[in-house]
Design a protein around this ligand. Structure first.
Ligand code: NAP
Length: 332
């Protein structure tokens, strides 16, 4: 099955509408990871037609970017579109927003070294930093673009007003918000904005941190620093509601499309607009279902049926807000 692609302004290569998410590959907040398996996942993604690899310095405090760099050495770099991020700093495991020009100048060099490359395809501001004017951040990023270190610019977790501020100074090609059939706040503002201004939306959490892959039950346990231990969707009484919804969505997908719920969840993201679904994986077998996503579509009736299933089971919905990192505390 041929993978669907989409154009991102500033990039010459068409980008696959599934991107590999490599947060879990960094280990931090996902209960650890294995480097050999991680490299195998990245190469498996590329071999399956997924050319977009999304990473960030903060994922494993350099570990995810480093593993992506190792996986793309030996002739794989030209096959990949690397999307990484900037403007989160960390100290002793605590993470803060920092999008100051000085921080960005330092981070880009560290990132290029870890990725073992001399350019980044898509460079995204990870979270807006209320302590730095967006125009200043946009200016330094545009300078990096003109210097050839970066090919296209993106933002993540930005509101339309924040994107307006960015776009007054620099060309913006993409936005990266949370989006899946349980977490759809962006339908109200960010997605219409992306459509209006020609941005591609890289939807993160498309599988809702694994829930929509269909293998998590009420009894599933998470280990160590796994973020799902803090995720209100994975705690009772909500866990039971979400797991029941996934079971019903799986039956719906099987009966109507002969597909599993994972394919339905990714298709749902792709059929909503100019989107890419980020698919987090840390074992090659977790990408087995890529082909199931293509060659069919959801229509308006199917969207309504999915809405009804979600509303029927999820009585107490909650979003992904628990993930937002704090701003810096300025000491006088
Ligand atoms: P996700 O894609 O919603 O879920 C990833 C998890 O789903 C995997 O780690 C795996 O969990 C499970 N999974 C994947 N395929 C599976 C399969 N075939 N069968 C069973 N389980 C499967 O979560 P995410 O990693 O949070 O989001 C994806 C990417 O978006 C991230 O990696 C990152 O690149 C990006 N992201 C960005 C932001 C931001 O602020 N910009 C925030 C969050 C994420 P297990 O391995 O535990 O089974």
């Amino acid at each position: 099955m041929t993978i669907e692609t989409i154009a991102i302004e500033g990039l010459t290569t068409p980008v696959s509408r599934i991107g590999l998410g490599t947060w879990a590959i960094g280990g931090w907040m996902w209960g650890g990871t294995d480097e050999k398996e991680s490299i195998a996942v990245i190469r498996r993604a590329l071999d399956s037609g997924v050319n977009l690899i999304d990473t960030a310095p903060v994922y494993g405090f350099g570990a995810s970017e480093d593993i992506v760099g190792k996986a793309l050495a030996d002739g794989y770099r030209h096959k990949a579109v690397i999307a990484t991020k900037v403007a989160l700093e960390w100290h002793d495991g605590a993470v803060f927003r920092n999008s100051s020009p000085a921080r960005i100048r330092q981070e880009v060099e560290d990132t290029l070294k870890r990725l073992r490359t001399d350019y980044i395809d898509l460079y995204q501001v990870h979270w807006p930093d209320p302590l730095v004017p967006i125009e200043e951040t946009a200016q330094v990023l545009d300078d990096l673009r003109k210097e050839g270190k970066v090919r296209a610019l993106g933002v993540s977790n930005f509101s339309p007003a924040q994107m307006d501020a960015f776009r007054r100074v620099a060309p913006l090609s993409a936005t990266q918000p949370p989006y899946n059939l349980f977490e759809r706040d962006i339908d109200r503002d960010v997605l219409p904005y992306a459509k209006r201004h020609g941005l591609v939306a890289l939807a993160y959490g498309a599988l809702c941190r694994g829930l929509l892959a269909g293998r998590i039950g009420v009894e599933t346990r998470f280990e160590g620093d796994d973020l799902r231990l803090r995720d209100p969707k994975f705690r009772e009484p909500r866990r039971e509601q979400y797991v029941a919804a996934v079971k019903a969505l799986n039956a719906f997908a099987r009966d109507n499309f002969d597909k599993p719920v994972l394919a339905l969840a990714v298709r749902w993201v792709l059929d909503r607009g100019p989107t890419i679904a980020l698919w987090g994986a840390r074992r090659p077998a977790q990408l087995d279902g890529i082909d199931d996503v293509f060659g069919w579509r959801l229509d308006e009736k199917a969207f309504r049926q999915i809405d009804a299933i979600v509303a029927n089971f999820v009585k107490d919905p909650v979003g992904p807000e628990f993930m937002a990192p704090p701003q810096r505390v300025l000491v006088a």
